[in-house]
Structures are given as structure tokens and as C-alpha cells.
Write a protein that binds this ligand. Structure first.
Ligand SMILES: *[C@@H]1O[C@H](CO)[C@@H](O)[C@H](O)[C@H]1NC(C)=O
Ligand SMILES: *[C@@H]1O[C@H](CO)[C@@H](O)[C@H](O)[C@H]1NC(C)=O
Length: 533
């Protein structure tokens, strides 16, 4: 039984990792809201960050079976410089059994967390022992990992070294994906041709080529691949349709997008899923076609599993961008009724959507629900509301809210105070901005990595240099320099405050020199205005 399960795992894991452009959709759909189509590497990175940092880590290794202990041993070793080989060896030496199913799950999981080096270690450990069955799927995964970790040349050499028997369709497919990942159009196409000549081209291979064109900004070529695969007698699968529909939508060719969607809906072997409708809805929203967008969103809701929290997040975001408050609230109630638990992520999305449509009272209520939810107190949740208030110029409300949280005994992260400081800077209420920035720096222990925005610091210091007592200016700068190194503007305003109070600046000029910051024209002017007085 293990073996059939494990090969299923392998094929899922191959299929899911291969079309990279599909992951982008997932990101776009769930987290970007209004169909932002930029397939930029930043988005991809952020998607990865979100998936690895915030969400996937939240998924526990503690499964219901006793088998979980190998995972739980490996899971915390997130530092990529830690080799898993001795961990596996120790595990076996301690008399534990390892079955292929466990190893497959470890590899799959490490890949989904983008811990590719470690995934490759486990895969190679498994193949080198010679005691575990190593299927074509396992080998394809290994090739994929080699491509990612050691680069294309090594992957090609690995492939060349395989016996002809081992060069199966899966291995060719994995090699094709190495080419696709590198954006190598010619190599990809000639490999596809070779796969076709060998008579085992599958939808997956054509999808790879469609992804290649998507990634290399040649969207207009995607439908040709779709056409080609049909001519070659390979029926498009759900991914083929999605990639091709995306290519039309991204080129604002909504007529052909609709045609292809119709075709997809008419295929008996394909169930058009909520992902596809969400993608189509995004294109309608982007094109300003609200009515059509609403129809797609309804289909989307209809197709999504009632317990799919990501679908709710997506739908709520889309209805927020259409300004549809009633539906947002209806979906939120459904979400709470159908999904076991709302994570902080869900609260953040709901709060930012409520803020977007200006429903602040409702947002305060959701924030209260969150405070009672027993979720870990992550200040990014209330910050969503603080940002919303300050963007609408309701900065006093933001401060009142934060004060009330502080009174309940919570210590904010510096960014909470700095959001409010920025809001006061925008209103030119500089006394308040000054105090809030002081509060922000005072709680830096809550987030040691926090860096204040340089333009906000400059505005506040520029005002303080003319308006605050010298010791207060010095205090703030001394606090700031524990967070960021002294920069030219900090020196400039410190000198200004000194000169204003008729104090000697020699000491400051010396440390400026030590910090390698020169006296420029503006500073010179301040200094000479001081000596004239
Ligand atoms: C992703 O995370 C890394 C470190 O965790 C960070 O340096 C990088 O800026 C993040 N990227 C994005 C796009 O958020
Ligand atoms: C392929 O075989 C050659 C010759 O035996 C060897 O030098 C090379 O390291 C092998 N490549 C890989 C990736 O194993």
C-alpha cells in the first residue's frame, strides 16, 4: 500500500511544482485582490515569503500517526546549512524504521517550504542506500532538485548518465522543466520535439511550454501551443486551459478568453474550478466590467469548497474592490460558520477590506472579535486598522485605538507608533508626530529589525531642531542611533539645534568625520550662521 500511496505523492508533487506560473496565479488570486497581473519576480518572491514564512510554517508536522516523528525531527532544522544526512543516519542507528512513504513526505514537504538543498539530501540519501524502491517519479524529483540546487549543467549531466531505460517520460518532463525554469526557449522546444518523437508527449509537457512563454513575456504564443497540442492529439487538461485563459486575459483579449472558458466548461473530463473563475473575475475587474465580474465571482463562490478559507479571503477581497460591503459581510459570516478557525491572516485580510470600503465601525467590531479569539496577539492585526485610519486622515482615531490597546497592557511593536507618527507628519501636527516617534523607538525591543522611514525621521527632526528643547532633540537622536546609524540628516538637524541654542558643535563635527560624513553646503551655512550670531 505504501508504494501506491507514495507514487501518488510523487506525481502530485511533480505536477504541483512544475508549472511555476501556476503558483503565481495562486498568489495573485488570494493575496493581490484586483487582478494585478504583474508577473514580476518581486511578486513571486513575496508569494514565496508568504507561503513559507506565514502560512506553511503554521501547518504542523504533528500528524495523527506515529510516523510523524521523523518529520518532527527534521522540521525545526530550517537552517539550510544544516545537513540532514547525519540526522537520517542517526535516526536509523537509533533503531527507528524508515519507510519510503515517510521519506517521500519529507521530500515533498521540504520542497513546498523551498528547502531544496535539504530535500535533495533526503532524496540522495534514499537513492544511495539502495534499500528503498526508487521509482521513475522519485528520480524525476531528484533531477528537478538537482536543477534547482546545482544548476542546469549538472542536471543535464545527471540526465545523460542515466541508463536509457531510466530516461522515462517523467525524466524528460523534469528536464524540460529545468529548461523552462531557465527560460531557455530553443532548448525547451527541441526537447519537446524529442519527447513527441519518442511518442510520449503529455499535457504536462505542453503546459510547461505554455508556462515558458508566460514567464518570458511571450503571452501571444501561448494559444499556439494549445492549438498544437490539440493537433498532436493530446487533450488539454485543467492547467492547459487555465494557462491559456490567463494568456488571453493578460493581453486584454476578453473575447477569446470567454470563448476558451466556454470550451473548458463544455469539456466533460474537466471540472471548471473556482481558481479559473477567480482568474477570469480578476480580468473583468481590471477591465472595469463589473457586471461580468460579479457573475464570475458568483460562479467562483459556487464552485469553492465551503470550508476553503482561501476562497473566502479571495472573494472578500474582490467584493471589497467592487465596494460591495453587504456581500463582504455575508461571506465573512459564512467563513466564520464554516471554517474551523480564523488565523490572524484572515483577520488582517478582512480588516484591510473593511478599511478599503471605509467601514470603520465594522472594522472595530472585527478587531474586538479578534481580541477575543485567543489568537496570538500579533500587532500587525490592529496595525491594519491604524493604517486605514491614518490613510483617511483619521489619525486621532488611530491614536485613541492604540492608546486603548496600550491601556489593556499590550506593548505595541514600533511600527504601530510609527504609523501614527507618519499620520501626524502628514497633518503637520509635528508635536504629536515627535511624541509618537519617541514612543516608537522606546518599544524597539518588540521588533529589533524595525527601521524608521528616513523621510519621516527627517521631517520630525527638521521640525524639532527649530522647535524643541535641545535635550529633547538629543534624546530622540540618541534613541534613534540605537536603531539606525547616524546619517547626514540626523547630523544636520542636531547641528541646527545646537547652533540655535548657541552651543559648541566641535564634538558633533568630530563624530561626523569619524562616521565619514562630510560637511556639505547646507551644513556649512548653518555653521556660519551660528558664528555670525
Ligand atoms: C522575503 O524575505 C526575505 C527575508 O526573509 C526579505 O529579505 C525579502 O525582502 C522578502 N521579500 C519580499 C518580496 O517581501
Ligand atoms: C556523469 O558521469 C560522468 C562520468 O562518469 C561524471 O564525471 C559526472 O560527475 C556524472 N554526472 C553526474 C551529475 O552525476
Amino acid at each position: 500500500m505504501h508504494f501506491s500511496l507514495s507514487s501518488a505523492v510523487v506525481s502530485i508533487c511533480l505536477a504541483s511544482s512544475i508549472p511555476q506560473c501556476l503558483s503565481l496565479w495562486h498568489f495573485r488570486k488570494h493575496f493581490l485582490g484586483t487582478g494585478a497581473l504583474a508577473m514580476s519576480s518581486t511578486i513571486l518572491r513575496r508569494y514565496r515569503n508568504l507561503s513559507t514564512a506565514a502560512f506553511v510554517v503554521g501547518r504542523s508536522y504533528c500528524s495523527t500517526t506515529g510516523r510523524s516523528s521523523l518529520f518532527s525531527r527534521i522540521s525545526p532544522l530550517g537552517d539550510p546549512s544544516i545537513s540532514l544526512v547525519p540526522v537520517l543516519d542517526d535516526w536509523v542507528q537509533q533503531g527507528n524504521t524508515v519507510n519510503p512513504f515517510d521519506l517521500h513526505r519529507v521530500v515533498k514537504d521540504l520542497r513546498s517550504r523551498r528547502r531544496f538543498t535539504q530535500a535533495l539530501q533526503v532524496s540522495e540519501w534514499m537513492s544511495s542506500k539502495g534499500v528503498y524502491p526508487f521509482s521513475a517519479g522519485d528520480r524525476a524529483v531528484q533531477l528537478d532538485l538537482i536543477g534547482k540546487v546545482r544548476g542546469l549543467e549538472i542536471a543535464e549531466s545527471y540526465f545523460q548518465n542515466l541508463s536509457e531505460n531510466d530516461k522515462t517520460n517523467k525524466l524528460h518532463g523534469a528536464l524540460l522543466n529545468c529548461y523552462v525554469r531557465e527560460g531557455l526557449v530553443d532548448k525547451s522546444l527541441s526537447l519537446l520535439q524529442k519527447i513527441k518523437d519518442m511518442g510520449f508527449a503529455s499535457a504536462l509537457n505542453y503546459n510547461s511550454i505554455m508556462c515558458l512563454y508566460t514567464q518570458t513575456d511571450q503571452l501571444e504564443k501561448v494559444p499556439d501551443v494549445m492549438k498544437l497540442m490539440k493537433e498532436d492529439g493530446v487533450s488539454p487538461d485543467i492547467f492547459s486551459y487555465r494557462i491559456c485563459i490567463n494568456s488571453y486575459g493578460a493581453r486584454s483579449d476578453l473575447v477569446n478568453m470567454e470563448k476558451l472558458l466556454d470550451e473548458m466548461e463544455s469539456q466533460s473530463h474537466i471540472v471548471t474550478d473556482w481558481d479559473t473563475y477567480s482568474m477570469v473575475a480578476n480580468f473583468y475587474i481590471k477591465a472595469g466590467l463589473k457586471e461580468k465580474a460579479l457573475i464570475s465571482l458568483e460562479k467562483c463562490e459556487d464552485k469553492a469548497d465551503k470550508r476553503n478559507v482561501l476562497a473566502y479571503n479571495y472573494l472578500i477581497s474582490q467584493y471589497a474592490s467592487l465596494g460591495n460591503k453587504k456581500t463582504m459581510m455575508r461571506l465573512w459570516e459564512h467563513q466564520k460558520a464554516n471554517c474551523k478557525k480564523q488565523l490572524n491572516r484572515e483577520y488582517i485580510i478582512m480588516l484591510s477590506c473593511l478599511v478599503k470600503v471605509g467601514e470603520f465601525d465594522q472594522a472595530e467590531k472585527v478587531l474586538e472579535e479578534w481580541q477575543l479569539s485567543g489568537n496570538c496577539y500579533d500587532f500587525r492585526v490592529p496595525n491594519t486598522l491604524l493604517i486605514g485610519y491614518s490613510q483617511r486622515g483619521l489619525i486621532e482615531k488611530a491614536e485613541t485605538l492604540l492608546q486603548s490597546i496600550v491601556e489593556k497592557g499590550k506593548t505595541p511593536i514600533p511600527n504601530s507608533w510609527s504609523i501614527i507618527a507618519s499620520g501626524y507628519v502628514a497633518e503637520e501636527n509635528m508635536e504629536k508626530a515627535f511624541q509618537c516617534m519617541k514612543n516608537a523607538v522606546a518599544v524597539v525591543d518588540q521588533n529589533k529589525g524595525w527601521k524608521p522611514k528616513p523621510n519621516i525621521i527627517s521631517s520630525i527632526l527638521s521640525w524639532a531642531a527649530n522647535n524643541k528643547d535641545l535635550d529633547e532633540v538629543e534624546d530622540l537622536i540618541n534613541l534613534l542611533r540605537t536603531v539606525i546609524p547616524m546619517n547626514r540628516n540626523m547630523y544636520l538637524y542636531l547641528i541646527k539645534a545646537y547652533v540655535r541654542c548657541g552651543k559648541e558643535v566641535d564634538g558633533i563635527l568630530e563624530s561626523m568625520k569619524a562616521d565619514n560624513i562630510g560637511v556639505d553646503e547646507e551644513i556649512e551655512k548653518i555653521l556660519s550662521s551660528g558664528s555670525q550670531q
